[in-house]
Design a protein around this ligand. Structure first.
Ligand code: IPE
Ligand code: IPE
Ligand code: MG
Length: 257
């Protein structure tokens, strides 16, 4: 087990993003209320983060609550918010101990005050850590993110800070919630659904995808390592030919316009 990310991980996996899905079905399968699945799902986060650290993965992004999830029954939303607050309260010390910087993507301002408070405390307590990042998508939607970026760019263009004629991808991407965070190398979705559900649509342009039928509360070390092994078998071509990649491995798309 390596402890310092200054050495790149041998599996070439710098950033893994996870759509943690299937809590409700996990519970229903056992005749339990959906919230019981969420409870188990939240406790599984800690275990999965431990494996990510063991694998020396520097960036982990977790989809915790989407903008679309507000359409769920009020009771489920309020339980989810309660669990989120509990998670932050319980895990801030652990994040500090492990020197993990917490980051939020989405619109956290619309979250209940209790959650925002715990979130602010955790963000403040971890803000100086450099080596590992836990990015949590909260009240997140890709289309909302694009709209927020376009709005900010338009304002900067009106002030003369951005020249629309010369706007390129590196500049545009700095207006996304994920500014300064490299794109995910691997996107994992649990629960058997093979869709993206408005998650990191732009950032996953060249991510490798692994869809597993396992419900999130059951997703363990073994499944995580299987997904990483699966990732390792892929040839990432970024638009080039397989022969070109064999001659000189590419690390990112060369064309960013
Ligand atoms: C994922 O589990 C957690 C959130 C979306 C908050 P679900 O609650 O979506 O579980 P299923 O998909 O209904 O089984
Ligand atoms: C995606 O799961 C959101 C999170 C995991 C937080 P959903 O369960 O909301 O996605 P859909 O509705 O099945 O596409
Ligand atoms: Mg779901």
């Amino acid at each position: 087990m390596q402890d310092s990310p200054s050495q790149p991980a041998a599996h070439g996996l710098n950033h893994v993003a996870i759509i943690m899905d299937g809590n409700g079905r996990w519970a229903r399968q056992r005749g339990l209320p959906r919230i019981e699945g969420h409870r188990r799902g939240v406790s599984n986060v800690r275990a999965v983060l431990k494996v990510a650290r063991e694998l020396n993965i520097k960036y982990v992004t977790l989809f915790a609550f989407s903008v679309e999830n507000w359409q769920r029954p009020a009771e489920e939303i309020s339980s989810l918010m309660g669990l989120l607050e509990f998670f932050l309260e319980r895990n801030t010390r652990e994040l500090v101990k492990n020197k993990v910087r917490l980051r939020v993507i989405g619109r956290p301002d619309d979250l209940p005050e209790g959650v925002r408070k715990k979130l602010d405390q955790a963000l403040e307590a971890t803000k100086d850590f450099q080596d590992y990042v836990l990015q949590v998508a909260l009240n997140y939607g890709s289309r909302t993110e694009v709209l927020d970026a376009v709005r900010a760019i338009s304002e900067d263009a009106a002030k003369g800070k951005v020249d629309p004629a010369h706007l390129d991808w590196p500049q545009f991407s700095r207006y996304l919630y994920t500014a300064d965070i490299p794109d995910p190398d691997l996107l994992i979705r649990t629960s058997g659904e093979t869709r993206i559900s408005n998650f990191l649509l732009l950032q996953c342009a060249y991510s490798e995808m692994v869809f597993t039928p396992v419900y999130w509360p059951d997703f363990d070390r073994k499944h995580f390592i299987e997904a990483v092994e699966n990732f390792r078998q892929r040839q990432r071509r970024f638009g080039k030919t397989g022969e070109q990649i064999k001659a000189a491995p590419a690390s990112e798309p060369a064309i960013n316009r």
